[in-house]
Design a protein around this ligand. Sequence first.
Ligand code: CP
Length: 328
Amino acid sequence: MKLFSSVHDVADIKQLVSSALALKASPYAYGDLGKNKTLGLVFMNPSLRTRLSTQKAALNLGMNVMVMNMDKEGWALETQDGIVMNGTTVEHIREAAAVMGEYCDILGLRSFPKLQNRDEDYNEEFFNKFVKFCGVPVVSLESATRHPLQSLADLITITETNPVPIADRAKGIVPKVVLAWAPHIKPLPQAVPNSFAEWMSRAQQEGMLDFTIAQPAGFELAESFTPGAKISHNLDEAIANADYVYVKNWSSYKEYGQILPFPDGWMMDNEKLKLTNNAKVMHCLPVRRDLELASEILDGPNSLVIHEAGNRLWSAQAVLKAMLEEIK
Ligand code: CP
């Protein structure tokens, strides 16, 4: 694997999940694979889980790791070509990415959307230019439109906690997974829900689960990320008999970056949990308690959020292992 930016970069998602679970069982089995290899992690935006889990994953594989907080410690980057750089930007991404590629065998990049111009964000100009000019394999640490390390960790979590008895799986019975929009006070990117939808749609195609998305009218995701997903505007109907509810806020794709008016009743709490099949509740974190998701769920037995965050390590380690095996 030379690029991990979406589910489309993965030939076999079941194999990648199996690889991650094997690494979870035996974290240091490939402790020499990354010897004398360097991972560079470049952050244009804040992070807790992605930063720490990806560093630890690389260390488990014997890699050296360097972290660059580009937004705070780097030169202001220019991405446009053909302009005279007589403004605030100091270094062009052409040189910056190429130089980082000189120091690193694999690079990771986090670059959020600006949420002002949909075409600009969905063209992934910054991420794609970084990939093009750095000249080494790249792992997305969350781009403008996707967060694939998170989505892989989510699929790992669902796979290892699948409540369907083994005998029933042979009959084609699969867990019901619902992506449920939640309220927020800020306009958030669509990267996590886009990516989750893309990975769950692929898992549904491969017979691993049944996938539904629930959001108020106006908050529909771009159709290209949701092939085969059932779409609902009624949270209570959507979560009926759900085995997993994946809670996440996102701003409008149609009215790009806006928080549209929405009806009451979109926050998951213990009353709503009664409608489900005793569902496990997931969230990528960070989460705003009692705005996006009720504390009684986060602190209760149905929450998978810490388990899910723990699996970010195995998600990153499986991807870095697949990349190291190709560049050895
Ligand atoms: N879920 C996630 O990516 O967390 P961070 O933004 O803290 O890395």
